[in-house]
Design a protein around this ligand. Structure first.
Ligand SMILES: [Cu+2]
Length: 413
């Protein structure tokens, strides 16, 4: 086996992280309880692309947060706004961040038209704080406020979501990340958290249909579809971590270009260094978070997307007949006598269907232009922009390729 510099770079901090595994969560919790106060430890916040972080204050020995469950208007991408449900005006809800050992106190205000609850997915806590309405607490009725309070006994990336009419409330966008940082600082430069989701919004309408079980037509990163997804900007040489969360009905195999990453964690905890494997596609099953990490060592604009090809389409109608290779000329004329604007399409593929006429409030199937033309993608797609020596993580624009490094047309022989 050839071990490259890249392998060594990948393995070293992972070994350091392994030592942290030896600390018992109970010992840490006991220490925090004994200190009778929160851990005032600093941490490097995660980045929630297209999202936000939930502010907190310290009161009576706890970090206090307020989550407001409410109906919202949400822009999926320019040109499409949906009637979603979320927290604090957004979907996914703002990312909650705290440190292992902290005591957290989270107020949940219900401004929805129906009852709800919040479950803290993957987090060790007293049973009565688990948020399963009917089982561990009463439902939070519209207009009511409940408070959850517990000490964080572990670290990793977890989620929050309703455990009351889950099918409807999650389908409409109610979900968020709960990041618990370890007490010791970590050698990570950029940590992005991205919630995967899928929706069914009939073309021309604006309310997601929660009754759909399998045939979704809108696929999102943090509730945004390409070209509405923020790029992930990193400096060359950065140690980058991405956590993907999934509360949708399908698994999503998320693929990176130009690099490979290591699978370093799940919502069950950190993966021991000896068990980590390199991969270019991480499958994210429903009800999990999956964390990958790597050194961004290759400058460029690298695609990052779901590898189920229908999940990188917007407003896709999956019931279309297959007309690939079918000459429709005669048919088109006949149909135009009834429907003057009818256009036969799909005979040679669908790449040119970027932006034809479509109902209001509906995204084109594929959209977004790149430096070389249309990028025939939608849905779960974004670009990882790796740049040399940048001073800020603002969008640096498109990558400028060194001479003679771009595929080119050559004369026909
Ligand atoms: Cu997918």
């Amino acid at each position: 086996m050839n071990i490259t510099r890249r392998d060594l770079l990948g393995a070293m901090p992972l070994l350091a992280a392994g030592a942290a595994l030896l600390k018992s969560p109970r010992a840490i919790a006991a220490q925090a309880e004994a200190s009778n106060g929160p851990a005032h430890l600093s941490f490097k916040p995660v980045v929630s692309p297209n999202g936000a972080t939930l502010p907190w204050t310290i009161k009576n020995g706890a970090k206090e947060f307020h989550l407001i469950a409410e109906p919202i208007k949400h822009e999926v991408a320019p040109g499409m706004v949906i009637n979603a449900w979320g927290y604090n005006g957004r979907t996914p809800g703002p990312t909650i961040e705290a440190v292992e050992g902290d005591r957290v106190r989270i107020y949940v205000h219900n401004k929805l038209p129906e009852r709800t609850s919040v479950h803290w997915h993957g987090i060790f806590l007293p049973n009565g704080m688990d948020g399963v309405a009917g089982l561990t607490q009463p439902h939070i009725e519209p207009g009511e406020t409940y408070v959850y309070e517990f000490v964080l006994k572990q670290h990793g990336v977890f989620m929050y979501h309703p455990h009351s009419d889950e099918m409807v409330e999650i389908a409409l966008g109610m979900m968020g990340f709960f990041v618990i940082h370890p007490r010791a600082a970590e050698a990570v430069d950029r940590h992005f958290v991205i919630m995967l989701h899928e929706w069914s919004v009939e073309p021309g309408t604006g309310t997601p249909n929660p009754n759909v079980m399998t045939d979704f037509n809108l696929f999102t990163f943090n509730s945004r579809a390409w070209p509405g997804t923020d790029p992930l900007v990193v400096r060359r040489g950065d140690r980058v971590r991405i956590t993907l969360g999934n509360l949708s009905m399908d698994s999503h195999p998320i693929h990176i270009h130009g690099h490979r990453f290591w699978h370093v964690g799940t919502d069950g905890g950190t993966i021991p260094p000896s068990a980590r494997i390199p991969m270019t596609t991480i499958n994210v099953p429903p009800g999990t978070t999956q964390t990958v990490e790597w050194i961004a060592d290759a400058p460029g604009d690298w695609a990052f997307h779901c590898h189920k090809s229908h999940h990188t389409m917007n407003a896709m109608n999956h019931a279309l007949p297959n007309v690939l290779g079918v000459n429709q000329r005669g048919v088109e004329e006949k149909i135009r006598k009834v429907l003057p604007e009818y256009m036969a399409m799909g005979e040679t593929g669908m790449g040119d269907m970027m932006d034809m006429g479509r109902p209001k409030n509906t995204l084109p199937m594929m959209a977004g232009n790149g430096p070389f033309g249309p990028i025939e993608m939608g849905g779960m797609f974004t670009v990882i922009k790796v740049r040399e020596g940048i001073k800020s993580y603002e969008d640096p624009g498109w990558y400028k390729h060194p001479p003679n490094t771009v595929a080119r047309r050559v004369p026909e022989k």
